[in-house]
Design a binder for this molecule. Structure first.
Ligand code: GCO
Ligand code: MG
Length: 403
């Protein structure tokens, strides 16, 4: 079997997505998600110019060899663009291998470790009351776990809050980066009130998660983690920028609040110290951005040695292709934690037909050979790409901060 053709499909049903399609000389094809929010065309260029020409003629079954050819062979290793390109190739090759084997991807990985995959939804609101109403909607829909994000008095536009109740939160909302203003003191004084209100109204059993989105210093994160211990969060996510992995060691000394990190990671090496020192509880690096199944499987195995569980990033800026492959991975991986789920728009699901099902707060994996997601290229052509950038964030004195 040989790779005969490979090409990228850029489409924007609801938002920009990049899909890689690899076609073999026997007609079997596989697809991978190559979407990197706000940098989509960088990944397209990397794939079209530097990856696809080198794939033609290769045996698509040699997944491991191709992975190392693209990783070690690049010389310039790692980084989100490179690893998203590798991730898309890897996802497509596993899709092909599973189709050729005539089995759903989870079987090829090692079979089911669970019947269904618990997810967390996104409850957001311009204030605490509005957020609580969204939590109530999720509870009614059967969610066992909900991430809560609310506006903070005195902060004009804050991360994670949809413009209208029930709307999806899409941060890449302008052609060039929108400028947000941040105030840590106001946020730190307000956040614990949100969790207290959730526990007051919904009790102790609901899993409550929160995303700090990289904005605190380690000691500020330690303060927040300690203050919210009475609310037993499922996790506090991205509480500090994680380039300096040792920061999490300082936070860990002060609090038992579980810590999650990794959606901006693109290789195992970004998390090695975090995991080996047991400074975190959940690792979030998604299949697309962290080099695909071949690499993330190794990351999950390392994490498993240190009681760290998976908690894949799963916003609408990863396509149903990545979500579909993640659900197979989540169904197999022994140290599964939770799967993020922000429902895609109906128009997105039309372009990306899939066999995974959401039911009663969980995903049920499909039985179609492969990862169970396809792309309707004719429909995809109806939604042209338009540049969309993630915001930047400044402190009130103008300092460029972490968005
Ligand atoms: O936890 C999450 O889902 C993430 O933090 C997102 O909200 C990111 O901001 C987005 O994926 C960037 O493109
Ligand atoms: Mg996040």
């Amino acid at each position: 079997m040989k790779i005969e053709r490979a090409y990228t499909i850029v489409t924007a049903p609801g938002r920009n997505f990049v899909t890689l399609k690899i076609v073999t000389d026997e007609g079997t094809y596989g697809i991978g998600d190559a979407t990197l929010n706000g940098r989509e065309m960088a990944v397209v260029a990397y794939l079209e110019e530097h990856v696809i020409p080198a794939l033609i003629g290769r045996d698509p079954q040699r997944i491991e060899d191709i992975w190392h050819y693209l990783y070690r062979g690049a010389y310039w290793r790692r980084g989100p663009v490179t690893m998203s390109a590798i991730g898309a190739v890897d996802m497509a090759l596993w899709d092909i291998k599973a189709k050729v084997a005539g089995m759903p991807l989870y079987q090829l990985l090692g079979g089911k470790s669970r019947e269904r995959v618990m997810v967390y939804g996104h409850a957001t609101g311009k204030d605490i009351e509005a957020c609580l109403d969204e939590v109530a909607r999720h509870v009614e829909e059967g969610y066992r776990a909900v991430r809560v994000q609310a506006g903070v008095p005195g902060i004009a536009s804050i991360y994670g809050v949809a413009k209208k109740p029930g709307e999806r939160y899409e941060p890449a909302d302008a052609e060039l980066p929108a400028e947000h203003v941040w105030n840590t003191a106001k946020y730190l004084n307000h956040a614990p009130k949100l969790f207290a209100a959730v526990r007051e109204r919904f009790g102790d059993d609901l899993h409550v998660l929160h995303d700090v989105h990289h904005r605190l210093t380690p000691i500020e994160a330690a303060r927040l983690g300690k203050e919210v211990e009475p609310f037993n969060l499922f996790w506090l996510e991205d509480c500090v920028p994680a380039e300096n992995q040792e920061s999490f060691g300082l936070i860990r000394q002060h609090t038992t609040t579980p810590l999650a990190v990794g959606e901006v990671f693109n290789s195992l090496y970004d998390a090695k110290a975090l995991i080996e020192n047991q400074w975190i509880d959940y690792i979030r690096a998604p299949l697309t951005h962290a080099g695909g199944i071949t690499h993330v499987r190794r990351l999950a195995d390392l994490a498993g040695l240190y009681h760290v569980r998976t908690g894949f990033h799963g916003p609408t800026d990863l396509s149903p292709v990545c979500l579909g492959a993640a659900i197979h991975f989540d169904t197999w991986v022994p140290n599964f934690g939770i799967q993020e789920y922000m429902p895609h728009e109906a128009v997105t699901d039309e372009v990306f037909p899939h066999d995974y099902r959401f039911e009663d707060g969980h995903f049920l994996v499909g039985e179609t050979p492969g990862h169970g997601v396809d792309i309707d290229e004719e429909k995809a052509r109806k939604y042209p790409y338009r540049r969309a950038s993630l915001p930047v964030n400044r402190l009130e004195d103008g300092t460029l901060w972490h968005w």
